[in-house]
Design a protein around this ligand. Structure first.
Ligand code: CP
Ligand code: NVA
Length: 311
């Protein structure tokens, strides 16, 4: 029986090193079963509700495919359909939905919405992205790092860009499993202070380092993995033009990656904007592993779903 059955998956902060490593290995096993055509219908008769208050391609499609592969059913619910918090309270939605389905995946704005939903749901709630965190993406990233390098400790990941949901979840994920993590942002776009402090504690425990700087060349030194994300996340579109100016010198391009290790790998959670946060040469070049990384969303979600929902 899974040790994390019925646990919510809201941030990686509440997952131990053992639990994250378990999910990574479980995902790799499920990926192998899928590639060999061996059925793994561990969620027969189970239903997942998927609430999307923001756009999505990868998260939506991979969660739905994951439920199908596992023998269960996924239900897509858009923001306008249920108008959570307007048509009825978040807690009423959580209470009633818990009586219909076996798990709830939600992508929304404020992280407090996911917390309130989870506090009132009697089934596991999975965070499919909030303004502050994107933990399912980082689980897929850890799977990719493990597959490509065979280890966690001994790798250095450098994230260049906005101190956003991706930066926060990467800090928690890396610090927990022992990957050195540096966050490079322009001044004024750093990660939340309390998240950095928590990551520092985790890093101390796992024996790695976390660090933040505004100097891209300094931060990228010895980078094994160079990671970037959009400059203006969903919900922050109003500041997109202003950000183009602020982030201009932080574009991950051939010049910038000269500061990283020669055999660095390029990661991006996607969707990407060529010519903004990353040049076409880098994202479409030989160091880029973005599509392997995206594929691992499917396997990550299968591991999460099976571990939290299977009997
Ligand atoms: N990376 C990611 O979460 O992609 P979507 O926004 O398309 O789901
Ligand atoms: N930081 C981005 C990630 C998209 C997957 C956003 O929140 O829009």
């Amino acid at each position: 029986k899974s040790k994390i059955k019925n646990k919510h998956f809201l941030t990686l902060d509440t997952y131990s090193k053992d639990e994250i490593e378990y999910l990574v290995q479980y995902a790799i096993k499920l990926k192998d079963l899928q590639k060999k055509g061996i059925p793994h219908r561990y969620l027969e008769g189970k239903t997942l509700a998927m609430i999307f208050e923001k756009s999505s391609m990868r998260t939506r499609v991979s969660f739905e495919a994951a439920m199908y592969h596992l023998g269960g059913h996924a239900l897509y619910i858009s923001r306008d359909e249920i108008s959570m918090g307007k048509r009825e309270t978040i807690s009423d939605t959580a209470n009633v939905m818990s009586r219909f389905v076996d798990g709830i995946m939600i992508r929304t704005f404020g992280h407090h919405i996911v917390e309130e939903l989870a506090a009132n749901a009697s089934v596991p709630v999975i965070n499919g992205l909030t303004d502050d965190y994107h933990p399912t993406q980082v689980l897929a990233d850890l799977i990719t790092i493990y597959e490509k390098t065979g280890k966690f400790a001994g790798n250095k990941l450098v994230y260049v860009g906005d101190g956003n949901n991706m930066a926060h979840s990467l800090l928690f994920g890396c610090a927990t499993v022992g990957i050195d993590c540096t966050i490079v942002t322009p001044e004024g776009y750093e990660v939340h202070k309390d998240i950095m402090e928590k990551a520092e504690e985790k890093a101390k425990k796992s024996g790695c380092t976390v660090y933040q700087t505004t100097d891209a060349a300094e931060g990228l030194k010895d980078a094994d993995i160079v990671y970037t994300d959009v400059w203006a996340s969903m919900g922050f579109e109003d500041s997109a033009e202003e950000r183009k100016g602020v982030f201009r010198n932080y574009q991950v391009n051939e010049d910038l990656v000269k500061n990283a290790n020669e055999d660095y790998m390029f990661f991006h959670c996607l969707p990407a904007h060529r010519g903004e946060e990353v040049s076409a040469e880098v994202i479409d070049g030989s160091h880029s592993v973005v599509f392997d990384q995206a594929e691992n969303r499917l396997h990550a979600h299968k591991a999460i779903l099976a571990a939290l929902l299977a009997d």
